[in-house]
Ligand binder design. Structure first.
Ligand code: PCA
Length: 204
């Protein structure tokens, strides 16, 4: 199996993005799974282009994108990507879309074709707090998730694609009262558990 695993650069006031910290810690080969890692920009246009290029180049069996989910307290396995870019803050290019489609003349939404509930169960068995999430937001993460599923529906029907939002790192919440966080080692365990589950569970 070949896995394209993506994380993001930092954005907003942050100097680190927990998604890239965890993604870069995953070995290039895990239990016979070849892992290709890509760090995406937090830009609506650039991230989608880079993701599509990486998929075209590496032809992965699975694309798993990981992003910082500010305020989230568990690993969130996202169920649905919406065709909506609507941002309260500019991206790292200074671009701030309002109610724009991610892709023109494309469906309103796509469901992840990963076994989201099975992944949450596997994470619980591994001792990692995790839930299925029904919204990936309408910022860059959702756009990347939608782009991956658009590629599944239009170009690579055998590819599987999913998105995982993770909490802040502890170092990011030192001065953010009551904000949840999760250590990189726990997120790494979560990603390895997801990988193991996808490599061993065929179709759910
Ligand atoms: N989280 C943002 C974009 C990049 C990231 O790590 C989001 O949830 O859209």
């Amino acid at each position: 199996m070949k896995l394209l695993l993506t994380g993001f650069e930092p954005f907003g006031q942050e100097s680190v993005n927990p998604s890239w910290e965890a993604v870069k810690a995953i070995p290039d080969m895990v239990e016979g799974v070849e892992v290709v890692k890509v760090r995406l920009p937090v830009t609506f246009k650039g991230a989608a282009v880079m993701l599509e290029q990486a998929v075209n180049e590496f032809r992965p069996d699975v694309v798993l994108c990981v992003g910082q989910g500010s305020g989230r307290s568990e690993v969130n396995i996202e169920r649905v990507a919406i065709n909506m870019a609507d941002s309260k803050k500019p991206d790292n290019d200074g671009y701030q879309p309002e109610e724009m489609p991610v892709r023109a003349e494309a469906p309103d939404a796509y469901f992840s074709n990963l076994p989201v509930k099975r992944l949450v169960e596997a994470l619980h068995e591994a001792g990692v707090p995790a839930v299925v999430s029904n919204s990936a937001g309408a910022y860059v993460c959702n756009s990347v998730f939608y782009t991956a599923l658009h590629l599944v529906h239009n170009k690579y029907p055998d590819m599987r694609a999913g998105f995982v939002h993770i909490p802040y790192l502890p170092c990011q919440v030192v001065e953010k009262s009551k904000q949840p966080s999760m250590a990189t080692e726990t997120v790494v365990l979560a990603l390895e558990t997801i990988l193991h589950t996808l490599a061993t569970v065929n179709h759910v």
